[in-house]
Design a protein around this ligand. Structure first.
Ligand SMILES: Nc1ncnc2c1ncn2[C@@H]1O[C@H](COP(=O)(O)OP(=O)(O)OP(=O)(O)O)[C@@H](O)[C@H]1O
Ligand SMILES: [Mg+2]
Length: 173
């Protein structure tokens, strides 16, 4: 009986252990390559990926390469002013948020953001910290930081918080 209880506890721990991956992206071409690989990962079509990082670290750049990898054609605008830009692909919808200027929780309901996060499709969010109390947990938290090896080098740290996120990171291996 005692052993059985221990086994249950351990499996509960394992299920919640986040999977973390760290990548060095020496230049924008490497960021593009990573974004293209992520675009091919099984399950991305229903994921929520939160993009963290200081101003100018490359969150929008990564999203542009990701969306191009998914087949979005035409101009991919940064949603800094509009808060969200949406894209319709034949197979699924994509919403690219930038919450940097988001400061009205009422807008969350009025603009339909709650409905977007409750529906299927790919959600990408820059500056998720600015809407932290409203956002659901991300399948993947992606942190971008600069790196001292060169001006164009970035470190990407990906943390999976859900089974969907864990599957995505495994697919990236
Ligand atoms: N390895 C790299 N990966 C991504 N972008 C890079 C890299 N090296 C240089 N860059 C450049 O860094 C800049 C990143 O700007 P970007 O708008 O993507 O940042 P951001 O994180 O979205 O900023 P903000 O918080 O203002 O939205 C771009 O000019 C891009 O060309
Ligand atoms: Mg940006």
């Amino acid at each position: 009986m005692r052993n059985q209880l221990v086994a249950i506890e351990l499996s509960a721990v394992n299920r919640h252990t986040p999977i973390v991956k760290t990548l060095l992206l020496p230049d924008e071409a490497a960021t593009r390559g990573f974004a293209r690989a992520l675009a091919l990962a099984q399950g991305l079509a229903n994921a929520f990926v939160a993009l963290h990082g200081d101003l100018g670290t490359g969150k929008t750049t990564l999203v542009r390469h990701l969306l191009e990898g998914l087949g979005v054609t035409g101009r991919i605008k940064s949603p800094t002013y509009a808060v969200v830009e949406s894209y319709e692909l034949p197979a699924f919808n994509i919403w690219h948020f930038d919450f940097y200027r988001f400061n009205d929780p009422q807008e969350w309901e009025e603009a339909g953001f709650r409905d977007i996060f409750a529906s299927s499709g790919l959600k990408l969010a820059e500056w998720p910290e600015k809407a932290a109390t409203l956002l659901p947990p991300a399948d993947i938290d992606l942190h971008l930081t600069t790196h001292n090896t060169s001006e164009s080098a970035r470190m990407a740290t990906l943390t999976a918080n859900t089974p969907l996120g864990a599957g995505l990171l495994e697919a990236l291996a």
